[in-house]
Design a protein around this ligand. Structure first.
Ligand code: SAM
Length: 305
């Protein structure tokens, strides 16, 4: 069999990719480390060194990173509260043929971080927008989760208000996808309890302090998660990504359940999420919650299909 040979310019293009020097009039969206300072890519260093200005979520976080690498580029702030105003002046700089990089405190800008508004404004004004990919908590966590699911939904931070949180979770509970959630330390214990209530029997992957000294990566059943956090107060410290694997394929086997139990499930699941339905029916009938949950999921899917 003949070996596939790449045309010489295909590999050369990767070696001498134009990313090695910032192009005038371009906006670069640059990923920076989540914790480990060595996770800054070579291309990110090239761009941060050669752009005219860096728009940073917090210059007090970014300047030490730049100085560590001997980068002297001017930095200005771009955060949630000044993004509208700052975006206008940065787009004016792009129009003046200056090159601009945007960075957040950690990971990839515009993913649960400021940046999307500036990126949109740059597109609208016809400027090139160039991603410089690298660390992001969502990709790091999903890559290490060992998911059964082939697809995932990135939820990011849940809304702070209980009703909005519940509605969002109920809207994704029956999807056969994994769910990726960003969470803060003071809420993580409460959130896993809520996930267990609303999502039922699923596997949870906890990615805590990714790339940092106290990195903790662990898989468990969702219903065991509150006890896992309670077992050691250090476990609620730091930064978290929670990855809930997809629900098991729904069982169509109603025959294993008494007819009246199946009818209760069918009625309740029209009004309630499958996990809550299964819990109520399990409490009343004594039938295993997992079995009821799988059947409730099947009935719910049948009603949406
Ligand atoms: N833009 C960032 C990214 O690309 O991942 C995310 C920024 S968001 C404001 C911060 C959240 O990301 C944290 O609350 C946490 O959920 C997650 N995160 C960031 N760094 C992390 C880390 N080292 N370990 C675990 N989660 C992290």
């Amino acid at each position: 069999m003949s070996e596939e040979v790449l045309p010489p310019d295909a590999t050369d293009a990767q070696e001498s990719t134009p990313g090695s020097h910032a192009t005038p009039g371009s906006l670069y969206v640059v990923a920076t480390p989540l914790g480990n300072a060595r996770d800054l890519t070579l291309r990110a260093l090239d761009i941060l060194r050669t752009v005219d200005v860096i728009a940073a979520e917090d210059t007090r976080v970014t300047l030490p990173l730049l100085r560590r690498h001997g980068i002297q580029t001017k930095a200005v702030s771009l955060h949630a509260h000044n993004e509208a105003r700052r975006a206008a002046s940065l787009v004016a700089a792009l129009a003046d043929n200056k090159s601009v990089a945007i960075v957040s405190d950690a990971g990839t800008p515009a993913i649960s971080d400021p940046g999307a508004r500036l990126v949109r404004a740059a597109h609208d004004a016809g400027h090139a927008v160039v991603p410089i990919p690298g660390p992001s908590a969502v990709s790091a966590a999903v890559s290490a989760a060992g998911l059964d699911a082939e697809r995932f939904v990135f939820i990011g931070f849940l809304p702070p208000k209980p009703k909005a949180r519940r509605e969002l979770l109920e809207s994704v509970a029956t999807l056969r996808f994994a769910l990726v959630i960003y969470e803060a330390p003071h809420r993580v214990r409460e959130t896993v309890a809520e996930l267990a209530n609303l999502l039922g029997a699923r596997t949870l992957f906890v990615a805590r302090e990714l790339t940092k000294v106290f990195e903790t990566l662990t898989r468990m059943q969702l219903e065991d998660a509150p006890a896992w956090f309670d077992a050691d107060s250090n476990r609620t410290r730091g930064e978290f990504v929670l990855v809930v694997d997809a629900p098991s394929p729904p069982s169509d086997k109603a025959s294993a359940l008494p007819v009246d139990v199946d009818r209760w499930l069918a009625e309740l699941v029209r009004e309630l999420p499958p996990a809550r339905t299964a819990r109520i029916v399990a409490n009343v009938t004594g039938v295993a919650r997992d079995q009821l949950y799988a059947r409730a999921m099947a009935l719910k899917h049948k009603s949406v299909d």
